[in-house]
Design a binder for this molecule. Structure first.
Ligand code: ATP
Length: 695
């Protein structure tokens, strides 16, 4: 993929009807445009007389205030912000990217592109606290090898004496049953143990001998809300029955979606086990590979087939108005399900249960400032500033903080696009789009606080692996398709789909980021003419400057699928004008190894040069035979286990980010730009902490 390097970066802020660049103009252009004429004045509502209600499974519940609804969390990292200057962000960025976004061709902006907020509806931000007490009757969805040596070693190394005694007793009973030939629990072949029996022989946590008493948990639980994920481990017990006693908290800012099918309004708990591979029978490794969070990265240990997903709990959270803290769930046991198994695959339908309490505490707080965060690492650079991994001091939540320097935005005439990015992020609710949690500003800068997604850019994975398998490409394209569908439903065109703007989360799900080229108010047949995007991904009608519709997003989806399957975009050429000519004139060709006729057919239909003949509707695309095995409800609920799991150690892990960035000192540089009052007013509606809702 080095073949993509050294592409220029330019783009456009044109709005309806303004003249655009010609495709031959393949040079950077960023001259100033006229002032942005729209002010966004968002007044935050007084919420004191409003009640915020949360309901679970649709049933509203109000309860007594549990004062212990503390904000403690399993995240413990913190670092002090360090002050110094940053002023190279824009220049270093283009060398990092292989598909640079086209940046600005100057045009005046109109009010049409900037949306006015609806301040009549409001939503109270708050803190969701989940307390996990203990799990019970957990069983594995697979059988394990009856490897006494390993089971014995695990039992002996349990981190708890009474657990060790219990496990050794169970192992002893198993052995004596076997010698008497009365193995009535198994019911299966001699060398396999059923999932239920297996978990009563495994400790949930062990102390690794000769490793300075390193404690390693076999069992772990991921808790996800609004794409933020926390990982907790039990304190003691067997896999069958563990004590957790952990408390985690999540910031709640986003207005809840009433559509219960949308995944991001769920609290999702996934229970995993790190099974020693010697306990996994060959048959399971082969036949039920999809149950494991497989890691196919080139450096992965081939013996490590990944962690086994035991089961999932999904709680739809429906947020309404309430001002008092409430307990939504009080010491209740919830059962795990495994969406990746057919009922017939399960030895028993019961996979076990976990006891938890869920509380919500509204927080009426003034807008945030940079002082509310500790800065941990630099993780990326964008056109107007950098992106840092940060921890919010009060809730200890880890976030990505994107900083944008106002002076740069104004001088490159990108106010409209920047405001559009904030607006779209605040409104959108799709599990495969990185959620905005807060936004705030200082006199010099704008800040976006986003869920921190640490599986790395899809670009980075594609670069390392050359191309992806058919199944893996299909999975990513399907998740992206729903993301684009949600944007189009909000009358937004994305316009910049490319591997650099797609992040993978810790499990390997898609999280689309970078909404800087979004165009608002584009209903299905509306046309615009802004020349922007990324050269390799530009649709023919955009190059021809004929005006274009949302259809350009489906062209880019086709381009992306082609690149995933073959390693290169369809009409790629080192020379940009030649590439434009090829996009306009060359027929679509497929390499011989691309055998799937369904994939070829979909690509032909998405990469139609004339948008009138292109597949132009998400529902139609979803029903194409290429996606025939996809259950779209299951997909949007994030119930498919991704085909690839990035190497992510924990929440703080930044190893999937470029070390050129992560080695930099994280700092919010001091800049002394002066912006006039009228310029400042253009950024008037920027702040967002859940108080402002857009229609
Ligand atoms: N929520 C996030 N979690 C983790 N990393 C992120 C997140 N958002 C952005 N990044 C990282 O920071 C990089 C730059 O962010 P982003 O693309 O949003 O900036 P930009 O200024 O819009 O970029 P561009 O100049 O390409 O338009 C991303 O490519 C990604 O690696």
């Amino acid at each position: 993929m080095l073949k993509f390097k050294n592409k220029f970066k330019f783009g456009s802020s044109n709005t309806n009807g303004d003249k655009s660049t010609s495709p031959e103009l393949s040079t950077v252009s960023s001259s100033p445009r006229n002032s942005v004429d729209s002010k966004r004045t968002i007044s935050t509502n007084n919420l004191s007389d409003t009640m915020l209600k949360l309901s679970i499974n649709g049933a509203s519940q109000q309860g007594a205030l549990p004062e212990e609804a503390s904000s403690s969390s399993s995240s413990t990292a913190s670092a002090s912000p360090k002050k110094s200057d940053y002023n190279q962000q824009a220049t270093t960025q283009s060398s990092h990217k292989d598909h640079p976004t086209l940046v600005s061709q100057p045009h005046s902006s109109t009010a049409h592109e900037v949306e006015q907020p609806n301040t009549t509806a409001s939503h109270n931000p708050g803190l969701l606290t989940v307390k996990i007490y203990n799990s019970n009757k957990i069983q594995l969805p697979i059988q394990i090898d009856n490897n006494k040596q390993i089971l014995h070693a695990l039992a002996v190394n349990s981190n708890n004496e009474s657990t060790t005694q219990y496990l050794l007793k169970n192992l002893g009973a198993l052995e004596s049953n076997e010698s008497k030939g009365t193995d009535d629990q198994s019911g299966s072949s001699d060398h396999l143990l059923p999932g239920k029996l297996a978990t009563s022989l495994l400790p949930s946590i062990i102390t690794i001998p000769n490793a300075e008493n390193l404690v390693k948990s076999l069992l772990y639980l991921t808790i996800e809300f609004d794409n933020n994920v926390l990982v907790i481990e039990p304190q003691k017990g067997t896999v069958n029955q563990s004590t957790w006693n952990q408390v985690v908290s999540f910031d709640v800012t986003k207005k809840s979606n009433t559509n219960q099918n949308i995944g991001s309004n769920f609290l999702i708990l996934n229970l995993f086990i790190r099974l020693p591979s010697m306990l996994i029978p060959e048959s399971e490794k082969l036949s039920k590979k999809h149950l494991f969070t497989n890691n196919t990265s080139p450096n992965a240990n081939p013996n490590n087939i990944g962690d086994l997903l035991i089961g999932t709990i999904k709680l739809p959270l429906s947020l309404k108005y309430h001002v008092k803290p409430i307990r939504l769930m009080n010491h209740e046991y919830l059962k795990f399900t495994n969406y990746n198994l057919n009922a017939s695959d399960l030895v028993s339908k019961e996979l076990g249960e976990i006891m938890l309490t869920i509380e919500f505490k509204p927080i009426s707080k003034a807008p945030l400032s940079i002082d509310d965060f500790d800065l941990l690492k630099v993780i990326g650079k964008g056109s107007f500033g950098k992106v840092m991994q940060v921890v919010k001091k009060d809730t200890k939540q880890i976030y990505a903080l994107k900083t944008l320097r106002k002076q740069h935005i104004v001088s490159r005439n990108e106010v409209t696009h920047t405001l559009a990015e904030r607006t779209v992020l605040a409104r959108i609710n799709n599990p495969f789009i990185v959620p905005l949690k807060f936004s705030f500003q200082s006199p010099e800068k704008l800040y976006l606080v986003l869920s921190f997604i640490n599986g790395g850019e899809l670009f980075w994975h594609l670069q390392r692996e050359g191309k992806f398998s058919m199944d893996r490409s299909r999975f990513y394209i399907a998740e992206l398709l729903t993301a684009l569908e949600s944007l189009h439903e909000l009358n937004v065109i994305y316009r910049d789909l490319k591997p650099e703007n797609i992040l993978l989360d810790y499990q390997g799900h898609i999280a689309l980021c970078d909404f800087g080229l979004c165009k608002l108010n584009m209903s299905s047949n509306d046309r615009t003419s802004t020349f922007c995007g990324t050269p390799e991904y530009l649709a023919p009608e955009l190059i021809l400057n004929q005006g274009y519709t949302r259809s350009v997003d489906w062209w880019t989806l086709g381009t992306l699928l082609y690149e995933m399957l073959t390693g290169l975009p369809p009409f790629f050429d080192e020379d940009t004008p030649t590439m434009y000519r090829k996009i306009l004139q060359n027929p679509l060709r497929f390499p011989s190894f691309l055998e799937s006729t369904d994939a070829q057919d979909l690509l032909i239909k998405l990469l139609q040069k004339d948008p009138k003949h292109r597949l132009n509707d998400a529902t139609e695309i979803k029903s194409h035979p290429f996606f025939k095995d996809i259950d779209w409800v299951k997909l949007i609920n994030k119930s498919y286990l991704p085909p690839f799991k990035p190497n992510v150690e924990n929440l703080l892990d930044t190893s999937n980010f470029d070390s050129d960035f992560t080695n930099e000192k994280p700092q919010d540089s001091v800049v002394d730009d002066f912006l006039s009052e009228s310029v400042q007013q253009q950024f008037g509606g920027w702040t967002y902490n859940g108080d402002t809702v857009f229609k």
